[in-house]
Design a binder for this molecule. Structure first.
Ligand code: 13P
Length: 253
């Protein structure tokens, strides 16, 4: 199983701060192996930081165009990311679904663009508080998966990382309990098994995201179907990000 902890800086940091963050991570990464460490940076820094990233740090984008080359002012394509040394992109984050028009079909097209460029897609799914309170959480998440990744050919599906991010836990300081998170991750794993076979499903990293921090990471990462995390606020300070990663049972194993 591939274990992954990924930071998502969202719209934070200036370029010199991104470089300082990488410098703090560099030596630490050399001595802490066993987990794939990724960070999703603001688009303007990608080419420079992917080129200068320390060994063991994969640089991701937070978005990608659904289009390929052409007259699409302001868009950046998966091939552009690849040619800049970027490993992949986050797609379907709830902040983009709710505020920037990333519908299920747009998200699916972005996943396809990443697959075609042979890049990683960190595919986000998650329910709102209202959906959870009305008992529809699992249904919503499985529908997002169905729309986003069901059609991916099985030989490409291991380019997918699934991040379960309950919307009510993002940036709120409220974390899903480890039982709640494990329960949804088990449902996701079950759905992946039916769609792609148990052996393939077991190899797809499932990350938990939503107010994951140094104090709750180890309990979350210890759950059977949680292979790591997608970390927002707690990834901004490299020391706190390191503490989160240190909560992973696979570290140094
Ligand atoms: P927080 O860790 O700040 O809650 O953000 C989670 C997230 O949205 C990661 O993509």
């Amino acid at each position: 199983m591939r274990n992954v902890v990924a930071g998502n800086w969202k719209s934070n940091k200036l370029l010199h701060e991104a470089r300082e963050w990488m410098a703090v991570m560099e030596g630490w990464l050399q001595n802490n192996r066993g987990v794939d460490v990724m960070v999703a940076m603001p688009a303007p820094y990608l080419a420079a930081c992917a080129t200068d990233a320390p060994l063991g740090l994969h640089v991701l984008a937070q978005n990608v165009s659904a289009e390929s080359f052409g007259a699409h002012t302001g868009e950046f394509t998966a091939d552009m990311l690849k040619s800049s040394g970027v490993s992949g992109a986050i797609v379907g984050h709830s902040e983009r679904r709710s505020r920037f028009g990333d519908s299920d079909s747009v998200v699916a097209a972005k996943v396809d663009a990443l697959m075609a460029a042979d890049l990683t897609a960190v595919f986000c799914c998650g329910e709102t508080l209202q959906q959870r309170e009305s008992g529809r959480a699992e249904d919503i998440v499985l529908k997002q998966l169905q729309a986003g990744i069901l059609r991916i050919p099985v030989d490409q599906i291991t380019q997918i990382i699934v991040a379960y991010e309950p919307v009510w836990a993002i940036g709120t300081g409220v974390t899903a309990t480890s039982d709640e998170a494990q329960e949804m991750h088990a449902s996701i794993r079950g759905w992946l098994s039916e769609a792609f076979g148990a052996e393939v499903a077991a190899r797809i990293p499932l990350l938990y995201g939503g107010s994951c921090n140094p104090s709750n990471a180890s309990e979350l990462f210890a759950q059977k179907d949680i292979n790591g995390g997608l970390i927002g606020g707690a990834s901004l300070d490299p020391k706190s990000f390191q503490s989160v990663i240190q909560g992973h049972p696979a570290l140094n194993s």
